[in-house]
Design a protein around this ligand. Structure first.
Ligand SMILES: [Fe+2]
Length: 248
């Protein structure tokens, strides 16, 4: 099998998921791996808040057409880095929307400084939804790892869980040979997507992580949007139990 459709075409286009909720499949990004770099797909999520303002989760590399589509949707108010690996394009969006609040995930400021990527974050995400979006989105900090914490969101009206790396679900046909091997070794190949092995291994405080998962399950999500690979649009409860069985 070769790379027939590496991208989720069309890219940089708003795709409705539910009323007031869209995804944007972004360009391929490259990850340092095996002495080279391996390409893989990314995705952002956009929610429209009650006041019409837009909340943008894990912004992808933008282009003029995407900015135009976003402008037609509403004013960008929030740019969200959900974990310290997802922040690379926040700066480009902040330049375009200087009045938007750039929200930092745990450890992202330090990581960006270490990577010498300048991002002017304005505020830090916590374990509870911010007043600005609490009516539309629930939120928690998924704890239990000393290395990486992801801030997880639920779009309340559509019961949609929004994840970045806590579940990755790469479709083999969309990956090159190197990335396919990396995904297989990491246990993140569709349909059995989950957190990558190196991330799972950092969860030493499993009781805390299990408690976070319990809170998520209590939200009773109906679908799961992922930043990488095929989303789980059905049977979210069963998919979450499967994807997090490593915590059992
Ligand atoms: Fe990621």
């Amino acid at each position: 099998m070769n790379v027939a459709a590496p991208l989720y075409e069309p890219i940089n286009t708003l795709k409705p998921v539910a009323p007031g909720l869209w995804i944007v499949d972004g360009p391929i990004v490259r990850m340092a791996a095996l002495g080279g770099s391996a390409p893989f797909p990314t995705r952002m999520t956009v929610a429209r808040l009650a006041d019409g303002g837009l909340w943008c989760h894990s912004p992808v590399a933008p282009d003029a057409a995407l900015f135009a589509a976003i402008d037609a949707l509403g004013p960008v108010r929030h740019l969200v880095s959900p974990n310290k690996l997802h922040y690379a394009h926040v700066a480009a969006w902040k330049r375009r929307y200087p009045d938007a609040v750039a929200w930092a995930s745990p450890g992202v400021r330090e990581r960006a400084a270490h990577q010498k990527i300048h991002v002017s974050f304005d505020a830090d995400l916590g374990d509870r939804p911010e007043p600005a979006w609490a009516a539309e989105l629930d939120q928690l900090r998924f704890r239990g790892s000393r290395v990486i914490e992801e801030v997880v969101f639920l779009h309340r009206a559509s019961a949609t869980l929004i994840l970045a790396d806590l579940i990755e679900n790469f479709e083999a046909a969309r990956l090159g040979t190197a990335m396919r091997w990396i995904a297989r070794l990491g246990g993140v190949l569709d349909p059995d997507g989950k957190a990558p092995l190196d991330m799972r291994l950092t969860f030493r405080d499993r009781a805390t992580a299990r408690a976070c998962l319990q809170r998520i399950m209590g939200w009773q999500p109906q679908r799961v949007i992922l930043a990488h690979g095929r989303c789980y649009l059905d049977n979210a409860g069963a998919e979450l139990r499967r994807a997090f069985r490593w915590l059992a």
